[in-house]
Design a protein around this ligand. Structure first.
Ligand code: BMA
Length: 319
C-alpha cells in the first residue's frame, strides 16, 4: 500500500502566515489530547532577530487534523548563546518524542566550519522551551529518541552522514546508540544503509512509535537524478526488546513526490517527514510532511497494513 495524500493538500502554505515565503516539514506530537505541529517558517525579512531569510518555530494547533491555527509569536527563535556560540542553532527538522509528561525536541545546529550537530531541548507545555545540551558530534542529522527506555537505557536512532563537496556525493546511514541520561551517548551500532531504488544515497529516521508488532519507524530516503535529490518516504519495523534487529522494511516507498505542491517550491521533488502520529484505536497512521520545502501536506494510512507490509517486504539479505 501507499499512503493516501489528503485531497485538500497542501494543508499549510506560505499564504497562511503573512510575510513568509516557505514553510518546512513540521515536528508533530499529541498534546493535551490534540494534534500539535511545530512549524518552521521562513520569513521574507528578519523580523525576529534582524537576519534575512530568518526561520522561526511556531506552534500550530487543530481541532479536526486539517485546519491549523498557527501562533503568530514564535515558540522559539535561533539562539547563538553559549554553548552554541560556534554553531548557529537552526529552527528546522524537529524530532519530537514524548516521554511521560515531557516533550523532548532534537534539532540541528550548523556551521560551515564545525558541521551539523544535534541539540536537545525540552518542553512540557509548548509555551516555554529549555535548551539542554549538544548531544551529537557532527555530522549527525537528526538523532531520534525512542519514547521509553529499553533495557534500562535511553535509546536513539542516529543519522551520521558524509558529504564530498567535489562530486556532490552524500551518504547517510542509520545507526543506533544508548545513554544513561540522554546527554552522554555510546554503544554506537550501525543499523541500516540505503537499500532500494528510492533510497540510494541517504536514509534518515523519525522518532519510533511503539506498536504490538515492534517499533515502527517512518524513514525518508533520497535518490539522485540529473536534476538533484528526490526525497521519498518508507517505513521499518524494529524488534521491541532489541531494536538493532530489523524485522520489517518497506522495499518500495510509501509516498513520493507526484503532486504540483511537491514539485513547485523552493526545493522541488521533496516529501520529507520529521515524525509521524499513530492512532491504534482508529488503525491510523498520520504523517504531516514537508512538500518541496514550501508547504505542509498530510498523508494517512492503515497502521496495521503498514506494519504487515514492512514484514512482508523485508528484503531477504537483511534477515
Ligand atoms: C534535508 C532536511 C529537510 C529538507 C530536505 C530537502 O536535509 O533539511 O528539512 O526538506 O533536506 O531540502
Amino acid at each position: 500500500m501507499r499512503l493516501q495524500k489528503y485531497s485538500g493538500n497542501p494543508i499549510i502554505k506560505p499564504e497562511d502566515f503573512p510575510g513568509s515565503y516557505a514553510i518546512f516539514n513540521p515536528g508533530q506530537a499529541v498534546y493535551d489530547g490534540k494534534i500539535l505541529l511545530l512549524v518552521p517558517i521562513c520569513h521574507k525579512s528578519g523580523k525576529y532577530c534582524g537576519q534575512e531569510n530568518e526561520i522561526t518555530a511556531h506552534v500550530a494547533t487543530t481541532e479536526d487534523g486539517v485546519n491549523f491555527n498557527i501562533k503568530p509569536e514564535p515558540f522559539f527563535v535561533r539562539d547563538n548563546t553559549v554553548p552554541y556560540s560556534k554553531v548557529s542553532m537552526q529552527c528546522i527538522d524537529f524530532r519530537i518524542t514524548q516521554i511521560e509528561d515531557t516533550y523532548y525536541i532534537i534539532h540541528p545546529g550548523c556551521s560551515d566550519q564545525w558541521g551539523t550537530i544535534g541539540i536537545l531541548s525540552k518542553t512540557k507545555d509548548f509555551k516555554s522551551l529549555e535548551h539542554i545540551d549538544i548531544i551529537s558530534l557532527p555530522d549527525n542529522r537528526m538523532p531520534c529518541l525512542f519514547p521509553e527506555k529499553i533495557n534500562g537505557k535511553f535509546v536513539r536512532l542516529d543519522r551520521p552522514y558524509r558529504v564530498c563537496p567535489n562530486d556532490y556525493h552524500e551518504m547517510g546511514n542509520i545507526w543506533l546508540s544508548s545513554s544513561p541520561d540522554m546527554i552522554h551517548w555510546g554503544g554506537h551500532r550501525p543499523l541500516l544503509q540505503p537499500f532500494s531504488y528510492w533510497a540510494t544515497t541517504k536514509i534518515g529516521p523519525t522518532p519510533p512509535i511503539k506498536t504490538e508488532a515492534g517499533w515502527l519507524v517512518i524513514i525518508h530516503g533520497v535518490s539522485r537524478s540529473a536534476t538533484g535529490h528526490r526525497y521519498s518516504i518508507g517505513a521499518m519495523l524494529l524488534d521491541i526488546d532489541d531494536p538493532l534487529k530489523i524485522i520489517g522494511l518497506t522495499c518500495g516507498d510509501i509516498l513520493s513526490p507526484e503532486e504540483p505542491y511537491e514539485f513547485n517550491g523552493i526545493v522541488p521533488n521533496v516529501c520529507f517527514p520529521a515524525g509521524s502520529l499513530a492512532f491504534p484505536e482508529k488503525d491510523e497512521i498520520r504523517i504531516y510532511y514537508g512538500c518541496s520545502d514550501t508547504f505542509i501536506g498530510l498523508a494517512t494510512g492503515s497502521l496495521s497494513e503498514l506494519i504487515q507490509q514492512c514484514i512482508n517486504e523485508m528484503p531477504k539479505k537483511l534477515k
